[in-house]
Design a protein around this ligand. Structure first.
Ligand code: SF4
Length: 226
């Protein structure tokens, strides 16, 4: 409605008096995003000490219900958000990637804490992945060791801002192209990313270099004298 004439809307149509307080004009994106930002369902799983802070965030003092996020789902098939809360070990990353693949679109990932974001105090340890973003796409990083519940809430609000910025015409899950699943890493003697298979084949099929020829042995002293 225009300010000058409240009975006429911006398109020039007259609005009947009984509708003047009941009609709102907005965009489809805004309505769509408002519904999604207040109904993000996180997946219920935790990896290490950061998970305790996540549990605390969901309890009554901080109250995730204010954000419509209190329904933590025990199944990836009902979840929109994966909160990676804790140290990501090489043994655990195949399960994390598999769970991510099982989540339906739209889906988001929040890396909670120094460990999930980059390895944390265990970075480059023999059994720890240096950040979950090496395997799954991360939308929000929350720093800290551990992050406080307030920090996690701030990260969740940042996720809501990201959802607000999306447009129904541009999101990947309504596009025509298939969204390929992420190859699940293999845990062997060390972690193997199947996406590196070609490189691994090339490197392991290289023939080892021939050993250098041994220097000729000196003639025995007796033979030399005769
Ligand atoms: S970031 Fe700190 S608190 Fe969180 S899982 Fe790693 S060591 Fe534990």
């Amino acid at each position: 409605m225009t300010d000058t004439n409240p009975t006429v809307n911006s398109a020039g149509y007259e609005v009947p008096p009984e509708l003047r307080q009941n009609v709102a004009i907005t965009t489809l994106d805004k309505i769509w995003n408002m519904g999604r930002r207040y109904s993000v369902w996180p997946m219920m799983f935790g990896l290490a000490c950061c998970a305790i802070e996540m549990i605390c965030t969901a309890a009554s003092r901080y109250d995730l219900a204010r954000f419509g996020m209190e329904v933590m789902r025990p199944s990836p098939r009902q979840s929109d958000l994966m909160i990676v809360s804790g140290t990501v070990t090489k043994k655990m990353i195949p399960q994390i990637v598999r769970l991510y693949n099982q989540m339906p679109e739209p889906k988001y990932v929040l890396a909670m804490g120094a460990c999930a974001s980059g390895g944390g105090p265990f970075k480059e340890g023999y059994n720890v992945v240096s950040g979950v973003d090496q395997y799954v796409p991360v939308d929000v990083y929350v720093p800290g060791c551990p992050p406080t519940p307030q920090a996690l809430l701030h990260g969740l609000m940042k996720l809501q801002e990201k959802i607000d910025s999306e447009s129904i015409t541009q999101v990947r899950w309504y596009g025509k192209e298939d969204i390929p699943a992420i190859p699940v890493p293999l845990l062997g003697p060390d972690l193997i990313d199947p996406r590196d298979n070609e490189l691994i084949k090339q490197e392991t099929s290289k023939k080892p270099a021939a050993p250098a020829a041994a220097p000729a042995a000196p003639a025995p002293a007796a033979e030399a004298a005769s």
